[in-house]
Design a protein around this ligand. Structure first.
Ligand code: DCP
Ligand code: MG
Length: 384
């Protein structure tokens, strides 16, 4: 146990008294697409399975835990996955089945609270501070939800139970698959201190590298830095890092958010293979989408890159900043950085797209979303 007085956490202490009375659950399905495939085809159970790339030239969208033991993971070229795991079984994705399972888990969440914020097909935050069913504790509610999910979908989910979204999400990952992790208010700061910084939302490989150069590997290292130092090195990201290192996150669970996103995509008559062509194509999309964003006065903190390969395997990459995306330059840089993760591509791209979303992902923070933000449907900017 750390001596708080030595580090001087008066603000954090006050926070624990005032804000830490909330009860937040983060639920995330285990190896979601791959688990649905294993459920629906008993031959796949207990075996290494990759969903997505049906051909040897494809790309992995989701990997079963048996496959992950060999190092197989999302966005990896199927050829590399097959080398890592010679017995890997490739299956095509079936979005209808994933959507159906997703609808069932959302129904289950709604039984326990009205305050549900879905983040994607397979995960959501729930605010169960008000125990409307009189169940007795948030931990019990999380257990019931995991049991309901198993009974009604024959799929497993992991859950994190804590006093804010930041920690609940970290916690749901802690005992995956099929696990639960409870972090109480007085454990939050120590839990965060024990984690590598790359587990923090918004800290991607590049930021993690920069932190490593500055001697920051863990949450504990981060906690030794004051706000001014963090602002000097990480700009406006610094404030978030300062709070995160102390386990502080006041964002509410936003139920019934309208989708607010602006984006565009383009299908190419000839697949884009060369990196220079891919980069130029992405720049064109960035220009057009940003024009649209400007026109709509849209703001957001989540940038999504969509890429469809020649074999129709479609991947999305998304990055959420702890604040709004500033300008086109930043929007473009994030898009290209996400593209870095997909290159070299095992085959050409037939479609590329970019989206800026405001509240759609784990996005909003009270007070920083401009009033003029208008909900806009995903627009197709290009037609061929
Ligand atoms: N997915 C995707 N493209 C990505 C990442 C994920 O299409 N770049 C899909 C496949 C996953 C599903 O979304 O099955 C859920 O994503 P998660 O990140 O929650 O990953 P999993 O559920 O597969 O595994 P985990 O047990 O780590 O949550
Ligand atoms: Mg998942």
């Amino acid at each position: 146990m750390l001596h708080k007085s030595r580090i001087g956490y008066t603000k954090a202490d006050a926070y624990i008294r005032v804000m830490a009375s909330r009860k937040i659950i983060h639920v995330d399905m285990d190896a979601f697409f791959a688990s649905v495939e294993q459920r629906d085809n008993p031959d796949l159970r207990g075996k290494p399975v990759a969903v997505g790339g049906s051909s040897r030239r494809g790309v992995v969208a989701a990997a079963s835990y048996e496959a992950r033991a060999f190092g197989v993971k999302s966005a990896m070229p199927s050829s590399r996955a097959a080398k890592l795991c010679p017995d890997l079984i490739f299956v095509k994705s079936r979005f209808e089945a994933y959507r159906e399972a997703s609808a069932i888990i959302r129904d289950i969440f709604a039984r326990y609270t009205d305050l549900v914020q879905p983040l994607s097909l397979d995960e959501a935050y729930l605010d169960v501070t008000h125990d409307t069913l009189g169940i007795g504790s948030a931990v019990k509610i999380a257990k019931y939800i995991r049991a309901d999910i198993w009974d009604e979908t024959q799929l497993t989910a992991s859950a994190g139970v804590s006093y804010n979204k930041f920690i609940a999400k970290l916690a749901s990952d802690q005992n995956k698959p099929n696990g639960i992790c409870v972090i109480l208010p007085d454990q939050g700061a120590d839990f965060v201190a024990s984690l590598p910084v790359r587990r923090f939302r918004g800290v991607g490989p590049r930021t993690a590298e920069k932190m490593a150069r500055l001697g920051i590997e863990s949450g504990a290292d981060l906690r030794t830095k004051d706000e001014a130092w963090l602002a000097a090195h990480f700009g406006s990201f610094g404030g978030y890092l300062h709070r995160a290192a102390r386990g502080i996150d006041d964002r509410p669970v936003n139920a019934n958010r309208r989708r607010k996103s602006v984006g565009g995509e383009r299908t190419y008559s000839q697949d884009k293979r060369e990196e220079s062509d891919i980069r130029a194509a992405l720049d064109e999309i960035i220009d057009k989408v940003w024009d649209r964003i400007d026109h709509n006065k849209a703001r957001g903190r989540t940038v999504v890159l969509k890429a469809r390969y020649a074999d129709f395997t479609t991947l999305t990459r998304s990055k959420s900043l702890p604040r709004l995306v500033k300008d086109k330059t930043e929007f473009g840089e994030i898009g290209h950085a996400m593209m870095d993760q997909l290159l070299p591509a095992p085959m050409g791209f037939r479609l590329l797209g970019m989206t800026l979303s405001g509240l759609e992902q784990d996005g909003d923070q009270a007070g920083i979303e401009p009033a003029g933000n208008r909900a806009t449907a995903q627009l197709s900017l290009f037609e061929e």
